[in-house]
Design a protein around this ligand. Structure first.
Ligand code: AMP
Length: 324
């Protein structure tokens, strides 16, 4: 057992009030880990007050349910804050996290900064939900899980590991997934919620396949303008999902979506084998080796990022073998 787990459990026991946070624009892991941990703690400690306090949600994950009502500022002062799945302070969805008496961080991203009093960060984990599952396993004798908690945790494990496809998936991931699955969750229902699409969304997908660009060395990219969002009636979230449409093209080891907003252009970078996080860092971003995000402020800056991505891929292809 990691000693940070024990420190975190002791802190949880010490406080009567716990407030749980995640990053903004939450994905399945951010929602799954926060709701999973909250459910686990509520089952185990019915007398403690456990709150989820986050300012935004993702519509495609509505099947996981919502947030608690916002607490007034003064409620934070005697609380233990737990931030999950968030590497940097500025990405925390609710900036009032700083009002908590003490702070715990549980995360699997590359540690960019220390912002909590107690930090448990394991980069090799395929998801933060895997860490919540490991936390449950370590203290199984004391913690009480439920089917609801298991549903949240399993959904995050499934989504953040690319359905258990990514390299970070280990034997430990699968053993922990088995432990969570054994609680009796309806996996067909989870997958139906994750896969079923509206017909309009499929029309947008078809548009992306016919309008994406492929650079000289194989970087695939799609620039989603405000006009395209309007034409297909897309939220920013729906528009940004297009990055995953481009993930299975042979020879295209880097794929990038640009989503035009009112003042900035959100960039989502994904790759096979090639590290793109350093490229993202040069454009106001960061993230994992093969899944990173950035922000640019003009079409010209987007072109510059693309040119760097193309050079990166050229270099990778010239110096490596066995890529697909
Ligand atoms: P996204 O494309 O927004 O899903 O981001 C992919 C990964 O990169 C996620 O793990 C994010 O946490 C991380 N990421 C995205 N944007 C940033 C940023 N501006 N700074 C640091 N990490 C980021």
């Amino acid at each position: 057992m990691n000693e940070n787990m024990k420190i975190i459990l002791d802190k949880i026991k010490e406080y009567d009030k716990i407030i749980i946070f995640r990053h903004f624009r939450p994905d399945g892991d951010a929602i799954g880990s926060t709701k999973g941990l909250a459910a686990l703690l509520k089952n185990t400690y019915p007398d403690k007050k456990i709150y989820l306090q986050n300012n935004d949600f993702s519509d495609y994950l509505a099947f996981l349910g919502g947030e608690d009502e916002a607490l007034p500022d003064e409620e934070y002062a005697d609380a233990l804050g737990i931030v999950l799945d968030t590497a940097t302070q500025k990405r925390i969805s609710n900036q009032r996290y700083a009002l908590c008496k003490e702070l715990v961080k549980i995360d699997h991203h590359i540690p960019v900064e220390n912002y909590a009093n107690y930090e448990w960060v394991e980069e090799h984990r395929s998801s933060t939900c895997e860490m919540v599952a490991a936390f449950y396993e370590a203290f199984k004798a004391e913690l009480k899980i439920s089917q609801e908690a298991a549903k949240y945790i399993y959904t995050g494990m499934v989504t953040d590991s690319g359905r258990f496809r990514f390299r970070e998936v280990s034997g430990e991931t699968m053993r922990l997934a088995g432990l969570i699955l054994d609680q009796g969750i309806d996996t067909e229902l989870i997958y139906a919620n994750l896969y079923l699409e509206e017909v309009e969304a499929l029309r947008f997908k078809s548009f992306v396949y016919s309008h994406m660009n492929i650079s000289e060395n194989g970087v695939v990219s799609m620039f989603v303008t405000k006009e395209i969002k309007e034409e297909f009636n897309l939220s920013n979230e729906e528009a940004s999902a297009c990055v995953s449409f481009m993930d299975s093209i042979k020879g295209s080891l880097i794929w990038i979506a640009f989503i035009e907003g009112d003042t900035e252009i959100r960039v989502r970078l994904r790759s096979r084998f090639v590290t793109v996080s350093e490229l993202a860092e040069r454009y106001n971003g960061g993230g994992h080796a093969c899944a990173a995000g950035a922000t640019v402020y003009s079409k010209a800056e987007a072109e510059a990022l693309l040119a760097e991505a193309d050079a990166l891929l050229k270099d990778y292809k010239e110096n490596n073998e066995g890529w697909l």
